[in-house]
Ligand binder design. Structure first.
Ligand SMILES: [Zn+2]
Length: 284
């Protein structure tokens, strides 16, 4: 199992009591501990061969090298099992230099962007310069897509159809659309099916069982199941519960005549190796 979507823990060792954050808006079924440690991550990823881990550069005033340094340090703790993605805010001075440093000096091999959280136009000039460089260097970009409970994060910057525009301009760029663009899974499916190098991850979806079933069923009918990648969005969910949720995708239609999602395709999704698809080397 390879997990393409996970967040670097907030704390290296223990979380001081006054820094504990529990978020009850991320999942409808249970609260999520937003503060995690390296040990929490290692425990949750015990059965995962390789995972991609990242944070999001939300500072809109200046580059934040410490953020990419922290990702590199976390990867160095289990270098054969982790891949680090860098993050930059495209609109701050020195963003491309920081991208260059994080790639060349820190060895980070992909990019994580959340245009809604970072509040930048995904089709603006600054963002396009990042995609151009990413395409040239072969760095895949994983974009947050779709809903977020964060009030000041503009939803319009997380709409999946923007990815179609990006892929038209940068056809060799490898893209992962997070969360199948929830709740715009249809828009995500029509985008990934037409662009050979655009994929979507299924992270953070299974606990909304009807939309999850519907999304995977739509992907079945539109021939897009093979473009879906396994991801957990840890700490929002663990890889183990995500795999279990995938295997229960047909639960909502049990006893009905609704067509099932083919379970052999679900197993293929869980076992899919996204690394060659995204031009990433397996860490060694
Ligand atoms: Zn995430």
């Amino acid at each position: 199992m390879i997990d393409i979507h996970s967040h670097v823990p907030t704390h290296r060792e223990h979380v001081p009591h006054d820094e504990l954050v529990v978020n009850d808006k991320w999942r409808p079924d249970r609260p999520v501990a937003a503060t995690t440690t390296w040990a929490d991550y290692a425990e949750a990823f015990a059965d995962v061969e390789v995972s991609a881990a990242f944070t999001i550069a939300r500072n809109r005033r200046k580059v934040d090298p410490a953020l990419n340094d922290a990702v590199a340090a976390f990867v160095a703790d289990a270098p054969t099992r982790r891949i680090g993605f860098l993050s930059i805010h495209p609109e701050v001075d020195g963003a491309l230099d920081e991208l260059e440093r994080a790639r060349a000096s820190l060895g980070l091999s992909g990019i994580k962007l959340g245009p809604n959280y970072q509040v930048f136009d995904p089709l603006g000039d600054a963002a396009l310069r990042v995609y151009e460089l990413a395409e040239r260097y072969g760095l895949p970009i994983l974009f947050h897509q779709g809903a977020s409970p964060v009030q000041d994060a503009p939803l319009r910057y997380a709409h999946p159809l923007l990815m179609d525009e990006i892929a038209i301009r940068f056809p060799e760029l490898r893209v992962v659309m997070a969360h199948m663009g929830h709740p715009w899974q249809r828009e995500t499916i029509v985008t990934i099916r037409k662009h050979p190098h655009v994929y979507a991850d299924i992270s953070a979806l299974f606990y909304r069982p009807w939309s999850f079933y519907e999304a995977l069923r739509l992907a079945t009918e539109w021939g897009a199941l093979d473009k879906l990648l396994f991801g957990s969005d840890f700490p929002i969910a663990t890889p183990t519960e995500t795999a279990a949720g995938l295997r229960r995708v047909n639960d909502p239609i049990e006893g009905t005549k609704f067509p099932p999602v083919p379970l052999e395709k679900v197993e293929e999704l869980i076992e899919r190796d996204p690394l060659p698809l995204l031009g990433l080397e397996r860490p060694s």
